[in-house]
Ligand binder design. Sequence first.
Ligand SMILES: *Cc1c(COP(=O)(O)O)cnc(C)c1O
Length: 375
Amino acid sequence: MFVERKVKDFINIDPLQTGGRLTEDAKRMLLEWGDGYSVCDFCTGDLHAIKNPPIADFVEELANFLGCDIARVTHGAREGKFMVMHSLAKKDGVVVVDSNAHYTTYVSAERAGLKVVEVENTGYPEYKVVEERFEDAIREGKRRGEVVLAVLTYPDGNYGNLPNVKAVVEICHDRGVSVLLNCAYSVGRMKVKADELGVDFVVGSGHKSMASSGPVGVLGLFEDYAKLVLRRSERFKNKEVELLGCSVRGVPLMTLMASFDHVRERVKVWDEEVKKANWFVKEFESLGFELLGEKPHRHDLLHFKTDKLYEISKRVKRGGYFLYDELKKRRIHGVKPGRTKSIKLSTYMVPRDDLKKVLEAFEEILEKYSAKGSP
Ligand SMILES: *Cc1c(COP(=O)(O)O)cnc(C)c1O
């Protein structure tokens, strides 16, 4: 069975998808290495040590890219978080997380048998992480058990806020708590160096931000924790337990490798992407919408409060789906069907001309439904 993806030539502003679009090299890799286990042609027992294809070299360069001693390829950001939490887990263990954390942070903690204590954000309209509140959260965590890890989301997937990592690291390290930085939305888009930021672990997502087909992700760490997190099986000496021996033993890894040069280059022009995002914010707000999250914004993930669209949805036959229909007609993909109270979109690597078409589309849609003026 062949299934066509009907939206593949649309203007894509789906935050989940703008950073995961494949490079031409990666597309070619899909066919070349698509057969099952083909990456294992010359394996001697450890995926990360394979020389042909050059996975070992890639993993070394990846560690360098992340500003870490050691890197591992995982199935995604969540698998990296789970590996670390599972390795550090203890009875009555607690993880401290910012309240903008992704659901996978909570689920990872749950799977690892850890309790979660949250650090509140500032609420509407900016929803900022208050770095100092990590102090209280760690104190609360210590009342409830032993704090084994803090997780900071950088940025979060709801507002695209980038908290002050160094401030959080200082608070956590002073209290003997290690920090994992969740960079699903940043590694591969902007420069992230774990050593410069002072964090103990960093995770990234290949399909979210590294121009790869998933599932694939990255984990960076340092020698001190490698013995624990990358411990080997007692029975199978070259198999790392947390990876169940080998992680991404297939073509997603080859797309990650194929796009790596491109990704290393594109993080250098991140400032341009941020400028473009802020230009879009200004234009979009002039239509009567309001950006949620940090202002000025420092990321391409944009969340707008869109009361005007919600008002329309209340009086049209298709309800909330009217917006999706109208955007589809204009070959624009990425706003969640049914959603109108607030919408999320990303400008990442979307050409300005296409973004202008998106702005025009929203302008037209607002006009069309105001002209009809139904009660
Ligand atoms: C998308 C996302 C994830 C999940 O990434 P996977 O690689 O699919 O596990 C985790 N955290 C944040 C903040 C995200 O936006």
